[in-house]
Design a protein around this ligand. Sequence first.
Ligand SMILES: NC(=O)c1ccc[n+]([C@@H]2O[C@H](COP(=O)([O-])OP(=O)(O)OC[C@H]3O[C@@H](n4cnc5c(N)ncnc54)[C@H](OP(=O)(O)O)[C@@H]3O)[C@@H](O)[C@H]2O)c1
Length: 235
Amino acid sequence: MSNKTFIITGSSSGIGKACVEYYLAQGHHVIGISRSNTLEHPKFSFVSCDLSDPYQLEQIDFREKLGSDSAIVLINNAGTIGEIKHFPNLSALHYRELANINILAPQVLITMLFQQIVPSRIETIVNISSGAAKRPIPSWAAYCASKAAIDLYSETLKIEFMELGLSTKIYSVAPGVVDTQMQVVIRSTSPEDFTEVTNFKRMKEEGELRSPKEVAVLLDALLQEPEQGEVVCRL
Ligand SMILES: NC(=O)c1ccc[n+]([C@@H]2O[C@H](COP(=O)([O-])OP(=O)(O)OC[C@H]3O[C@@H](n4cnc5c(N)ncnc54)[C@H](OP(=O)(O)O)[C@@H]3O)[C@@H](O)[C@H]2O)c1
């Protein structure tokens, strides 16, 4: 496989970090975007950005970081489950921050990348979605809505790319239930705030969670296949 540049948000933890490590091990360049970072590697560059802040987001300049010829894969992975509570206990700030990270940031990053480089270089765009896009989970309403939004956004985006004559592969991918910090947060919620918490604890106890590394391998297998016509899919 020829060398590519992967842009991966949420590079500091969980699925994003596993993808960064996977693609660095394959010899690719990786640009990581998140608020924190511990990774150092000659082919890794880090962009510090709080994706809940639209001003910080709009300051990102991909031209400084990207060479002039490699194909580019953008993986919009950063996400938050937000506060796991029934809706009367949530604030406007909570809704805004969650929407900024899970919905706004992927859309803005795709648009900025398109505007800043030769668009035909964008080989693949992946938005990390969730099974929660298709299933209502009480106390996760804003999260479910954000992932459903990114699914339909991705499907619409694919049509727009085709209208522009571009063959960029576009996916909105549900990774399964994955053993990351997000699941630690989910399992630590009280049953009063989250009626399904017992189910998530059981899945962990019974070893049903995927490892982040397994997700990186499955995602890469998907990206290597020819497009099957489905934008919204699961690993
Ligand atoms: N784990 C699961 O079971 C599961 C299931 C379905 C879908 N997903 C999706 O998978 C994706 C990755 O989640 P994960 O499970 O790997 O979670 P995680 O371990 O909690 O990692 C989340 C990543 O997002 C970044 N992030 C969060 N808020 C950010 C902000 N304001 N600005 C910039 N970066 C931010 C974090 O970096 P910093 O804290 O350094 O900023 C971190 O690198 C998410 O989109 C999630 O919705 C996960």
